[in-house]
Design a binder for this molecule. Structure first.
Ligand code: ATP
Ligand code: MG
Length: 426
């Protein structure tokens, strides 16, 4: 037999049995995000390498070792996007969207990182992200977090997520802190793992983000960036925490929260959960005012986040409820020559008369018994039966497929009214 071809490692199919929960989550995004004035933007999957080097930073995990890069036919080396923030800003600058002050955008789609695949960590994964440009104060940072809380509430996962916040201050404050941090880690060089030793010269703050349990104590005892924040950064941070308290959002200040990317300043936050093992960060974001100028724009302000769709979907309680909402209402069985064409017309008529109806018309022939099995397997709530007898008599059989319930016969002229009341109880 010819060998079957397999998918790329770490890249997954989202199967028909799972798409309803994805659509359910996406429907919540499409409802909540416009409620805060966000508009959707759709962006290319491939961007220039330079874009990510300049925005994410050359000494980050993503650019150093996670980018999925290929040579296109012109010989250019091009990466598949590892995240959406850089491309979104590139598009806005290129298209002049930032000229009119503030702008709120969101996007959703696949991202690519060459990481070691494991639960909650894939090489192609999906993010929903948003970006708010041109707004300086902490109130917009807070609004972004409020929006995420509303998403969690609507999805029924709020009780599983905890908010952690921190401030990374300004670049100058970070530089001063960096010296002290490097001196501290140098004094404990023997306790640093290999990754961290490498980062000591390139990106020492990232050591604080280490997931190696052997270094947890060392990291916990490290000097805190918080103590190096100036007046303006502190006041921004307190503006944020006051707004969170006003809104009744519980949060933990986590001074070790630094985020993997270079471009953050002031606010950083993560929504984390205990329920997904090591891959516990579902949503991560913060402020990155410097990025706009870094990509060639006029200095301005930016705050945003990205959430991992797979991790969010793994958190859902009873995800089957979304699947049920996508099951067919009706499966129309048609047996015998005289029933074929009337059944096709009947199906179209019902779709016309009952907007939103999910009806599967049997196709491919077969006995009554085999069609009934198909109807059962389709997860439809009710089978409609049109055989030669029904076609001749102008009736349709109706048989509930879930639970008990006898088959009844209804005149075709009364079918729509009958189904309308039946469907409200499905
Ligand atoms: P982590 O620390 O888990 O590697 P990160 O800091 O690299 O995350 P971000 O770049 O901030 O993650 O991406 C935002 C969110 O996207 C993460 O919080 C997570 O939910 C999701 N995410 C990131 N990388 C992956 C991946 N390889 N597979 C699945 N989801 C991911
Ligand atoms: Mg990562």
């Amino acid at each position: 037999m010819t060998e079957k071809i397999q998918a790329i490692r770490g890249m997954h199919d989202i199967l028909p049995g799972q798409t309803p929960r994805w659509q359910g989550v996406e429907a919540v995004f499409r409802r909540v995000l416009p409620g805060y004035g966000y508009q959707e933007i759709r962006l290319p999957i491939v961007e220039k390498t330079e874009l990510f080097k300049r925005s994410i930073g050359e000494v980050t995990d993503i650019v150093e070792k996670e980018m999925y890069t290929f040579d296109d036919r012109n010989g250019d080396s091009l990466p598949l996007r590892p995240e959406g923030t850089a491309g979104c800003l590139r598009a806005c600058l290129e298209q002049g969207l930032l000229q009119h002050g503030s702008l709120r955008l969101w996007y959703m789609g696949p991202m690519f990182r060459h990481e070691r695949p494991q639960k909650g960590r894939y090489r192609q994964f999906y993010q929903m992200g948003l970006e708010a440009y041109g707004m300086e104060g902490p109130d917009i940072d807070a609004e972004v977090i409020l929006l995420t809380r509303r998403l969690w509430r609507e999805l029924g996962v709020a009780h599983k997520l905890e908010l952690q916040v921190n401030s990374l201050g300004t670049i100058e404050e970070r530089l001063a802190y960096r010296g002290e941090l490097v001196a501290y880690f140098r004094a404990h060089l023997d306790r640093l793992d290999e990754d961290s030793r490498r980062r000591l010269d390139t990106n020492p703050l990232r050591i604080l983000d280490s997931k190696n349990p052997a270094m947890a104590q060392l990291v916990a005892d490290a000097p805190s960036l918080f103590d190096h924040l100036g007046e303006a950064s502190r006041s921004h941070f307190h503006g944020l925490t006051d707004a969170l308290s006003d809104a009744g959002i519980a949060y933990t200040v986590n001074p070790r929260l630094v985020r993997g990317l270079d471009y953050y300043c002031n606010t950083v936050f993560e929504w984390v959960t205990e329920e997904l093992g090591a891959q516990g960060t579902v949503c991560a974001g913060g402020r990155y005012d410097g990025l706009i100028a870094q990509l060639g724009g006029k200095a301005s302000h930016a705050v945003g986040f990205a959430l991992g769709m797979e991790r969010l979907i793994d958190l859902l309680d009873e995800p089957e409820r979304f699947d049920r909402a996508a099951h067919p209402h009706l499966y129309l069985i048609r047996v015998g020559d005289a029933a074929q064409r009337p059944a096709a017309l009947l199906a179209e008529r019902l779709r016309d008369e009952l907007p939103g109806l999910r009806l599967v018309l049997h196709s491919g022939g077969g006995s009554f018994k085999s069609q009934f099995k198909r109807a059962d397997r389709s997860d439809a709530a009710v089978a409609l039966i049109l055989g030669d007898d029904e076609a001749a008599a102008g009736t349709v059989g109706i048989k509930p497929l879930r639970g008990q319930g006898d088959q009844i016969s209804v005149p075709q002229t009364e079918l729509t009214g009958h189904l309308r009341s039946l469907l409200t109880s499905i």
